[in-house]
Each structure stands twice: as structure tokens, then as C-alpha cells.
Design a protein around this ligand. Structure first.
Ligand code: DAK
Length: 263
């Protein structure tokens, strides 16, 4: 791989988009390599992923404008599909994904962070959807995910004005969960990922699915989705061990990570 690095640290996988000369802009090759990287993640030994960008200036400065500028209509559609497929794969990935946003997250960069489950960022992070200034609409789900995350009014303001926002404003509007000094960002991301990994992995996966799938339907159907995924947990060792430890009042045991098993 030329533009993606993957590092496994215990139960946590760290994916780094590594194209710093172009501020980690997403060209076709980056999207292909990201797709392959996700396909290669070992779901038996990994419980959470972190997605970040190489360097201290940029998470992802958007889709590659140079590559896009010469696309024909058919090529533009193919590029859009490639991006959307990878972003959707991240969004529906069976493990939680934390975006550690270490600088610019513009256009496709903001959009890929929104395909992750949780966003945390460094104090120098800048978010924005500048597409209308380039004569296009956000094309990797920005109109949809931003509106769902921060509400239609704020999303429309950001998208129509193409104005970038700084980390503190991203925090204020709920686009990111926390802001850290740049040098602490990855440590905090790893800490959060390790906290997730210490919990019952099938229950965590089911929570992700319940939230994601439930948000697409009305409350009556959403509750049925939750019931089903809740019921599934009662076929797992994790549920028996987790509740058994509590009932035995064994605090030490209760804190132990219960072994992962595939269903
Ligand atoms: N694409 C390609 N190269 C980029 C880039 C990008 N998005 N952003 C930065 N670079 C490159 C610069 O060209 C420069 O390369 P060299 O000249 O050194 O070779 C290098 O990274 C450093 O950038 P700067 O010299 O510009 O650095 P500054 O600190 O001065 O400025 C900046 C940083 C982030 C403010 C600036 O680089 C910038 O404004 N970049 C563009 C940001 C942007 O507009 N991003 C949104 C792109 S549009 C679609 C689906 C999705 C999309 C499109 C279609 N379909 C469904 C078909 C998505 C669109 C977008 O994301």
C-alpha cells in the first residue's frame, strides 16, 4: 500500500491516510487502498478502529481536486460510487470507528469523518464543506450526514456559505465529541478505543447496528430492531459472564474482559 498504513495495537486497529504532500486528499488510489484495508481487518481480533491522517496539518483536505478536475460524466459517477461505497462500508462496519481529526477536514474529509461513529479532533482542526465554491454539491454524503448530525439549519448554513469552522465551533454544534491539544489527540483516541474494546464485543457491535438501522425507520420499527439485537445477546458467553460476575459481586472479575466469540 502506498497511501494507507494499518497498525494493530492490541484490540485496536489504527488506519492512517498517508498522503501528506497533498494534505491526505482522497484520490482513487487512496479510496481503493482504504477499501482493501477495511476488507483485511480481522474481526476476531479487533474491537475498534481509529481513522486519522498523517502529519500534523491535515486529516483529509477533501477529494483530490486535481484528479477530479478532468473527469468526464461517466468517470465522475464512477469516482462518486467508489467514494460512497467506501464511506458506507465505514459507516456500517461491524466495529466502532473513531475519527481522530488532526487538522483540515474539508469536503470529502469532513464527509469521511462523518461516516465514522465518533469524531474527536485536535485544537487546530478545521471542518467545512466548500463544494459550492467549486461548483459542485457535497458528493460523499455531506448533505445527508451533516444534516443528521448537527441539524438541517446548521448544515444548510455550513454548506450554502462554504464557510469553514474551527474545532471549538465544531464542538459547540455537536459535530465532534471532544477537542484535545494536537499532541494528545492520538493518545485520547486510543484511550477511548481501548475503553470500547474492554466491553462485550458482540453487544457493542449490536449497539452500532441498532443505532444506525433504527435511525433509518420510525420509532415502532426501531424498537423492534432493538428488541431483536437485545435478544441476540442472550446467546453469547459475554452476557452470561457479564451478568454472572455482577451477581457474584466479584468486582475484579466484573472488570475482566470477557472472551470474544464469533456468533
Ligand atoms: N486535492 C488535491 N490536492 C490538494 C487538496 C485537494 N483537495 N488540498 C490540498 N492539496 C494539495 C495542494 O495542491 C498542495 O500541493 P502542492 O502545490 O504542494 O503540490 C498541498 O496539498 C498543500 O496545500 P496548500 O499549499 O494549499 O496548503 P495551505 O496550507 O496553503 O492550504 C488548504 C491548505 C486545505 C486550506 C488548501 O490546500 C485548500 O483549500 N485545499 C482544498 C480544500 C477543498 O476545497 N477541499 C474540498 C475538495 S472538494 C463526488 C463526491 C465527493 C466529492 C466530489 C465529487 N462525486 C460523487 C463525484 C468531494 C469533493 C471535495 O472534497
Amino acid at each position: 500500500m502506498e497511501f494507507i498504513t494499518y497498525e494493530q495495537d492490541g484490540f485496536v486497529g489504527v488506519i492512517t491516510i498517508n498522503r501528506p504532500k497533498a494534505l491526505n486528499a482522497l484520490n482513487s488510489q487512496v479510496l481503493d487502498e482504504l477499501n482493501e484495508t477495511l476488507d483485511a481487518v480481522d474481526l476476531n481480533t479487533t474491537r475498534a478502529l481509529i481513522l486519522t491522517g498523517a502529519g500534523d496539518k491535515s486529516f483529509v483536505a477533501g477529494a483530490d481536486i486535481g484528479e477530479m478536475s478532468t473527469l468526464t460524466k461517466a468517470e465522475g459517477e464512477a469516482f462518486g460510487k467508489k467514494g460512497n461505497d467506501v464511506f458506507r462500508k465505514l459507516e456500517t462496519f461491524p466495529l466502532p470507528v473513531i475519527a481522530a481529526v488532526n487538522g483540515f477536514a474539508l469536503g470529502g474529509g469532513c464527509e469521511i469523518s462523518m461516516s465514522c461513529d465518533i469524531r474527536i479532533c485536535s485544537e487546530n482542526a478545521i471542518f467545512g464543506q466548500p463544494e459550492v465554491g467549486l461548483g459542485i454539491t457535497p458528493g460523499f454524503g455531506g448533505t445527508q450526514r451533516l444534516a443528521r448530525l448537527v441539524g438541517a439549519g446548521m448544515a444548510k448554513q455550513m454548506i450554502y456559505t462554504a464557510r469553514n469552522i474551527k474545532a471549538d465551533e465544531a464542538y459547540r454544534i455537536g459535530l465532534v465529541n471532544a477537542v484535545y491539544p494536537a499532541e494528545e489527540l492520538m493518545e485520547q483516541a486510543r484511550k477511548m478505543a481501548a475503553g470500547i474494546a474492554a466491553n462485550a464485543p458482540i453487544a457493542v457491535r449490536n449497539c452500532k447496528k441498532a443505532i444506525n438501522d433504527g435511525l433509518q425507520v420510525d420509532m415502532d420499527q426501531a424498537i423492534v430492531i432493538e428488541e431483536k439485537l437485545f435478544g441476540d445477546c442472550f446467546e453469547t458467553e459475554d452476557q452470561k459472564a457479564g451478568m454472572g460476575n455482577f451477581l457474584e459481586k466479584d468486582k475484579e472479575k466484573k472488570l475482566k474482559v470477557v472472551p470474544f466469540q464469533n456468533k
